[in-house]
Ligand binder design. Sequence first.
Ligand SMILES: C[S@@+](CC[C@H](N)C(=O)[O-])C[C@H]1O[C@@H](n2cnc3c(N)ncnc32)[C@H](O)[C@@H]1O
Length: 438
Amino acid sequence: MNWYAFRNTSTATLCPDKSLISIGVAGARSFKLHPISCPPDTSGNVKAFRVEVSVSGWRGRMGHFALLGVGWHSWLFREEMRAILGEAEVLHPRIVSCKIEERTLGRLSGSALLDEVLVLGGSYELDGSSADYGRIFSEIGDWAINSMGTGSFAVRTRKIGELPISLSSRAFERSIGRHISKEGRIVDLESPENEIVVIIAGSNDIDSHPEPYAFTGTTIVWGIKEVDWEKEDFSGRSPTDRPYFKPVSLDPRQARLLISLSNKPGRDLNTIIDPFCGTGGIAIEGCLQDIEVLASDLDSRMVEGSISNLKWLGREGTVVKHDASDIFGLWGERKGCSFVFDPPYGRSSWRSDDSIEVFLSVLKEAKKIDSKGVVSTMLPAGPEALTTVSLGDAVVMGKPWSELVSDIESVGWIVHLLCPVRVHRSLVRVIAVFYPSD
Ligand SMILES: C[S@@+](CC[C@H](N)C(=O)[O-])C[C@H]1O[C@@H](n2cnc3c(N)ncnc32)[C@H](O)[C@@H]1O
């Protein structure tokens, strides 16, 4: 027997077969069913069940959200948010804010580098020692009182970046909490129905990646945790957990990131094409987001391996043995395609000298398949690629970048994004997104 538990205070009615027949609250936007074990009903005559329904979601400033990145590569986090949402205002290198439509909130659940979503209350730039903390605490408290749903609450702070030691998280939590509880609201630190989050954000974290947005100072951003957004859980499907593993296997978060970056506001992403699928790292992340995946590889062991990795996750994609230089012959003309791949280089290449040739022929084929498509890829580069935001003349795929970029442009693509990622001391990968040049 399934019983259901709902959060918060409003009511709903279930049929005897446990399907939901009505929700007794006008503002309920969504609800979640959590099967729990309960003592069975003893009367045997129950026709309907009263249950509680969550009314979480669009409170306060409707539709304005603050999005916090996981802390790894804030530049790429911002690019990922822009690709998924369009324009976003940067409040801090790791925090962006934007207005989000309801359906887009769901799309954010596929994100690789998003850590937390808040219904935005506001933000405040601290002015060194002269900050009037009393005023800040009551402003945040007043906003929370007016914006949060019914039920209990807790105030939680998050500190990110370099901050003066004098800033105390506990002072924020206690003072704001006291201000709110004066209004008769109940504090529940264990499982609050409303979680007020205050992010105290200082200067950029020291990261081994270049960051075009230099930020110094301290910003405070506050909001209420959005419970309808769920962070992607990448655990249990790392390359070594899968039945078929090779050292070339792409990490799930990086594969997810490449897919996200291939979004273009205003364009529907229908199909992901990976012509170098290897063990299926990209195919897996595409299938898990219910996007059509067309994958191929020249090595039949890799094709079998990808198929078994997908089966292991209960998914099916189209995976075939084929030469990447002829993917137009394989897939024909299509719309809404993203070409997401990790091209062969060095040992994963069939002949060590043909990596660039194969790569450029894929770009040509991609243009024929979908002239409005997007390419999202990661290319091997030398350590010098990390020292500058613009790449300069770093060596990418064994060639100076200035030469490779001309090759890319000559086959009909322009570089939309170029961002180095450190793999280890001597290996850097450049994440690159190309748009059609016409
Ligand atoms: C870097 S690996 C891709 C790894 C993959 N992203 C994964 O998660 O396992 C490159 C792949 O390209 C394949 N490959 C090399 N040359 C190819 C070609 N001409 N056509 C198709 N596949 C090719 C190799 O067999 C190898 O599996």
